[in-house]
Design a protein around this ligand. Structure first.
Ligand SMILES: [Ca+2]
Ligand SMILES: [Ca+2]
Ligand SMILES: [Ca+2]
Ligand SMILES: [Ca+2]
Length: 256
């Protein structure tokens, strides 16, 4: 009991000094909250300079909001709000100049397993942006739009047709659907497959793809359909497609 009392007393004495030291070392940063809309249009949002004024704007759902106030919104596709108790068809947004005309376009990955489109910037004209199909099936719940081939141009990274792979922007005509390159055999990956990431896991300068049960090593030619697989048990979360995010839901048998 004496030992316990001593520890408690010491803690009481030391704690104020420790707090003071932490206060000197760390600074509290605060953020302003800005509500763009009171309707449900999308799961994700992003940012980019869509009117070329040098100020970042926000894209959220069917609108982009002009910075720095983000009060003026512009439709770039027909707005359609969704039931907040369900899901939208707009899961991820990215800003990138797909057709290299100097104006940032918008890539929208829809509901898992469905189409991905890009919207061609109207270059200042107040009208809906032209929609172009990228891929008919973008599966996995963690797709991404990032450069994995090392040419500083992003690819759509996802599952499609049961494989993991990527789709590049067509060099000759980006308005045409993009080709999907498999990097894995058909392992029946499906729309709600969870957990996919990328990074250079072996330090050879080439970006690899990882998932729950291992990682796929990018070979010298990324278009090879046989990226070597290295099994690693990154997690023992239950279920064939489970990730930590929905481990609890899986245990409750409510996960996909
Ligand atoms: Ca802007
Ligand atoms: Ca463009
Ligand atoms: Ca690339
Ligand atoms: Ca690598």
């Amino acid at each position: 009991m004496k030992t316990v009392r001593c520890v408690l007393l010491c803690s009481m004495v030391v704690a104020p000094a420790a707090v003071a030291a932490a206060a000197e070392k760390y600074q509290l940063h605060t953020f302003d909250k800005l509500q763009l809309s009171d309707r449900f249009f999308c799961e994700g949002a992003s940012f980019g300079d869509f009117n070329n004024d040098g100020v970042m704007d926000i894209v959220s759902g069917p609108y982009w909001y002009a910075g720095p106030t983000f009060k003026q919104r512009h439709e770039y596709y027909e707005p359609k709000p969704y039931d907040i108790n369900g899901y939208s068809k707009n899961f991820f947004a990215y800003a990138y100049d797909i057709n290299k005309d100097g104006w940032k376009d918008i890539v929208i990955i829809g509901f898992p397993g469905e189409e991905t489109y890009w919207y061609e910037n109207s270059k200042g004209a107040e009208r809906l942006w032209k929609q172009h199909l990228i891929l008919k099936e973008t599966s996995n719940e963690s797709p991404d739009f990032a450069d994995i081939t090392g040419d500083r141009v992003p690819e759509l990274i996802c599952d499609s047709g049961g494989h993991i792979g990527y789709a590049e922007i067509p060099k000759d005509d980006p308005t045409q659907p993009w080709s999907f390159h498999n990097i894995t055999p058909d392992r029946k990956y499906q729309r709600f497959t969870h957990g996919m990431g990328y990074g250079d896991l072996n330090g050879d300068g080439r970006i690899d793809i990882l998932q729950k049960e291992g990682w796929w090593e990018q070979p010298a030619d990324p278009k090879s359909e046989a990226w070597p697989f290295h099994p690693v048990k990154f997690t023992d979360a239950g279920g064939p497609d489970a990730c930590l995010r929905c481990r609890r839901r899986w245990q409750e048998r409510r996960c996909h």
